[in-house]
Design a binder for this molecule. Structure first.
Ligand SMILES: [Ca+2]
Ligand SMILES: [Ca+2]
Ligand SMILES: [Ca+2]
Ligand SMILES: [Ca+2]
Length: 331
């Protein structure tokens, strides 16, 4: 079955290559022929509404805002007045459809928040998860052989450059003592949720992430799709949230292999050394060696909540061995 699917895929990929050469001649009105599409639903359960974000790679799109292929986020009216909000940010825009060139490998910075129609704070107790779909009609080009990974980012990384350092502290310090609903430095509060003030709680949270001390698991989207119905579990929502104030940031990447633990573009002995450092450890909430599990996503002990690093991780690690992001022949 799998083999057959692979054959079909290769056949379609060849067609796509021809499509690249002849453009619309080959595909005519087949809008989807030359695209990869990933849909991520932020599902927060009834009675609330769940919204989704789409990342699309297609020939005609650009990295910046495209009139035709991008779509700006807007509140969706429905039976409920509270929705999940999941958007990506590009300069000047919040998007719920973010289209980029076919060969793009730039990262997508996703922000999760809750959105109430009247803009009032939202008191909620609810489950929360992301559901990642690679829709079948886009199978003609499901991002080729590019890796697709998703990782939560520390809210302390205020300028979103991947590091938590003095540049971020400068932004936080600038907001210190201020009150408002859209302060960059408001990343936490007494109940670990942004509360409209920048004070001691924000500095304490910030310090916990200083120099990237917090470790967040990396999810392989294809694995999650194949073995866990695309589901990526999130901590439940519990408390009062400022409307549209992000409570969580995620980064979607097309240039990182799951096995590349030190994120330098290559999977080699340096990554293995880091992996081996986690082998047999049972006392850590998160460890970078916890890359997989029986459901294709990082797994945790039911009782202790600690990361499980076992044969699933080793097997998955080896799948990436010697891959090099600069050399597509190794993908
Ligand atoms: Ca930073
Ligand atoms: Ca705060
Ligand atoms: Ca590496
Ligand atoms: Ca594991």
């Amino acid at each position: 079955m799998k083999k057959t699917l692979e054959n079909i895929l290769n056949f379609v990929k060849d067609k796509v290559k021809i499509g690249v050469i002849f453009g619309s001649l080959v595909f005519g009105g087949a809008v989807y022929g030359n695209t990869g599409k990933l849909e991520i639903i932020n599902s927060i359960g009834n009675p609330y509404g769940s919204q989704s974000h789409a990342t699309v790679h297609r020939i005609e799109a650009t990295e910046g805002y495209d009139d035709i292929y991008d779509h700006e986020y807007g509140f969706m009216s429905g039976p409920t007045d509270v929705f999940s909000k999941i958007i990506s940010k590009i300069p000047g825009y919040e998007l719920d459809v973010d289209s980029r060139p076919l060969d793009s490998n730039t990262s997508i910075n996703l922000e999760l928040s809750l959105h109430s129609e009247n803009g009032q704070p939202i008191s909620i107790t609810s489950g929360n998860e992301l559901i990642c779909n690679l829709p079948l009609e886009y199978l003609g080009y499901d991002f080729g052989s590019k890796p697709i990974t998703l990782q939560q980012q520390d809210l302390s990384d205020l300028n979103k450059d991947g590091k938590v350092d003095f540049h971020d502290f400068a932004i936080l310090a600038n907001d210190y003592g201020e009150t408002g609903n859209a302060l960059a430095g408001d990343i936490s509060g007494e109940y670990n949720i942004s509360d409209g003030h920048v004070d001691f709680y924000d500095v304490a949270y910030f310090s916990g992430g200083w120099l990237n001390k917090r470790v967040y698991p990396v999810y392989d989207i294809r694995d999650a799709n194949e073995f866990n119905n695309g589901v990526i579990p999130l901590p439940g929502l519990d408390g009062t949230y400022i409307s549209e104030k992000p409570y969580s940031n995620f980064q979607l990447r097309f240039d990182r292999f799951l096995s590349d633990l030190n994120d330098d573009g290559k999977v080699d002995f340096r990554d293995y050394a880091l992996f081996a450092g986690g082998w047999g450890k049972k006392d850590m909430e998160n460890h970078i060696a916890n890359i997989s599990g029986s459901n294709g996503i990082p797994d945790y002990n039911n009782v202790t909540g600690n990361a499980i690093i076992d044969g699933y991780d080793l097997g998955r690690f080896c799948k990436g061995w010697l891959k090099d992001i600069t050399d597509p022949n190794t993908w």
